[in-house]
Ligand binder design. Sequence first.
Ligand SMILES: [Zn+2]
Ligand SMILES: [Zn+2]
Length: 256
Amino acid sequence: MFDTHMHTKFSTDSKMKIEEVIYKIKKYNLGAIITEHVDLNYKDSSLFRIDPDDYFKSYSSYRTDKLLLGVEIGMSNKFSHEYENLITNYSFDYVIGSLHEMYDIDLFEADELYKSKSKKELYEEYFAQMVSCINEHPFIDSLGHIDYICRYAKYEDTEIYYEDYKESIEEVLKTIIDKGIAMELNARRLGDKEVVNNLLKIYARYYELGGRFITIGSDAHTSEAIGSHFNIANDMAELCNLKMIYFKDRKMELVR
Ligand SMILES: [Zn+2]
Ligand SMILES: [Zn+2]
């Protein structure tokens, strides 16, 4: 399998060394794509950005068919042109498009937002913003963690129940399918059976609407997390009839 989502020391929130990635993927016989954070809208402009020259200079000697160099962009309609320039000017293998912020606040520190809006209201807006961002960033390869908000929202129950947001979620799924963008299955929360059951409904619907391709990523920020819950992710892909893929040189490759 290929772990298509992980962060090393070029990401503000990770200290992982590339040597740790190499050790781990050899041990588990995995392929890996490093996907450092670039969040151009993050309020502190010294954080969550990379120096792409430094990134490629430091890592290009480690690059192989099994260790690829990508990026995770924090989609923001204010910066879509800058993102497009970044990925056309540098030879990334893979681009994840993620929604990390709403109203210019990153969702991991949006306590005010969670206080000021009901879960239903905010989650509807979250999916609507996702659709709008995908339309503004049609050049991404895969849509990152559709369930990102569940990690950090401050409601009694932060889960996304497909039935509660059916139309909004379908709009997201139809938009990526229409643009030929793959969907990520982010393995980070798959240790919880409830989460798996809820996500399965979304991925099954993705298939029904015509979606076929998923990227599996651990979103590891430490080497312990690389490849974690991949057996569950693999089962979920099979259950939903979805093909696991990764990207090399911005081209889709089938896993296996
Ligand atoms: Zn992310
Ligand atoms: Zn990430």
